[in-house]
Design a binder for this molecule. Structure first.
Ligand code: SF4
Length: 402
């Protein structure tokens, strides 16, 4: 005779709190600070799944874009002295430099030869330069390279100009715009929490000034993007706060400045080789990078374009990032100097062919965009992938079908 069946106790069916948060995000609802912070404690595949869903809802899910551009660091002399920077020099060091306008032109001609459309013109904070150097440089580029967009000067450089040249921020930006400035990259965001910034770089621009300058740029119709660097030893709460400050600024800009907010969001991991932070900051693994990217996609519900970072994480992780919320591979970045000086992934630049390869191998259609993330060209991926790396002439043709 079999034993009588035991009564089965009623099971509580309360859903896991994490699942509720992800469901809410997947429905397109805005998350609170506490909800965003809770995402760091959930399994990454589940967070990534929602990030990928949202990415597909905000940009064509089958397309990955990138920009053909060049970084030009017009000077490496800088008096800010960030502890995480291996790029800057004092004016007395033998390898310090400030480029002549014609040297800048020579670099742009190389960009024009590969059908590039934008330069990212940034430097150290060089106290020897007057306002006429900056305006003259912008005028020179516009006069000699009229098809090239100039996105130039981080908020740190703008703050220096504001303090040094006796102009209000509005007047300074008007002067730079009149000389040819098209956009103000949001470099130097790192973690926009002053506790973190003070330890990593005591003289670094503070978060209020960073937002004040970007806000003014957006008000004047300039291109801007938002940035983030993880790995300083910041807490999840500080990362969350950083994202929320960007989200708030984006709300303000979209509402008040005719929709001219951040065109995108770029995030990478701290590199400390050859810097004073080496061995003192934890940095961030590929897993942390992908986690942060996915959380950024979920938290920044008002920023459409999220970039994958290959200079810091390498091509393979950047390719994986396309499934963690990123819809864009950034840019070719001919001559990246700053991240690579502090280690990076051994990569200073990418060819058009390499970025096409990353997109195609991951199952996406590659698209070439401008700095406003508008698609301007559909490269012939099949032709590009059959070209020889050793044949730059053929590579050049990729960007100009027809
Ligand atoms: S990160 Fe920029 S501001 Fe800081 S030391 Fe390097 S060049 Fe100067």
């Amino acid at each position: 005779m079999s034993a009588p069946a035991l009564p089965i106790p009623a099971q509580p069916h309360a859903p896991l709190p994490g699942a509720e948060v992800l469901d809410k995000a997947a429905r397109g609802e805005r998350l609170s600070a506490a909800e965003i912070e809770s995402l760091y404690h959930l399994p990454l595949p589940e967070v990534a799944s929602v990030a990928n869903l949202l990415r597909g809802a905000r940009r064509d899910p089958g397309v990955v874009s990138f920009l053909i551009d060049r970084n030009i660091n017009y000077t490496n002399i800088c008096n800010v002295g960030c502890n995480f920077c291996a790029f800057y020099r004092t004016g007395r060091q033998k390898d310090s430099y400030t480029l002549e306008y014609e040297q800048v032109s020579a670099k742009i001609r190389e960009l024009e030869a590969v059908n590039g459309t934008r330069i990212l013109l940034q430097g150290g904070v060089n106290p020897a330069l007057g306002l006429d150097y900056y305006t003259g440089l912008l005028r020179h580029v516009k006069a000699n390279h009229p098809t090239i967009r100039i996105d130039a000067f981080s908020p740190e450089e703008v703050l220096f100009m504001e303090k040094t040249f006796g102009l209000s921020l509005d007047a300074l930006l008007d002067t730079l715009i009149e000389a040819g400035l098209d956009g103000l990259p949001g470099a130097g965001g790192e973690i926009l929490e002053d506790d973190v910034r003070a330890k990593a770089a005591p003289a670094r621009i503070r978060s209020d000034d960073w937002f004040r300058i970007l806000d003014a740029a957006q008000r004047k119709g300039l291109y801007t993007i938002s940035t983030m660097v993880i790995g300083f030893g910041e807490t999840y709460a500080q990362r969350t706060s950083h994202l929320l400050k960007i989200r708030d600024q984006q709300d303000r800009a979209l509402r008040d400045y005719g929709g001219n907010g951040f065109s995108g969001f770029a995030m990478w991991t701290l590199q400390t080789e050859h810097t004073r932070l080496h061995g003192k900051a934890p940095g961030a693994s590929a897993h942390e990078y992908l986690q942060q990217l996915a959380i950024a996609r979920i938290a920044l519900d008002n920023v459409v374009n999220i970039q994958a970072s290959w200079p810091a994480q390498g091509f393979k992780v950047a390719q994986a990032a396309l499934f963690y919320g990123a819809n864009d591979l950034g840019s070719t970045m001919l001559e990246e100097n700053v991240v690579s000086a502090a280690g990076g992934h051994g990569r200073h630049q990418a060819t058009v062919r390499e970025l096409i390869r990353i997109a195609v191998d991951a199952g996406f259609r590659p698209a070439i965009r401008n700095s406003r993330f508008q698609i301007i060209d559909w490269p012939d991926a099949r032709a590009a992938l059959h070209q020889s790396e050793a044949n730059p002439e053929r590579e050049r043709a990729v960007g100009t079908p027809g």
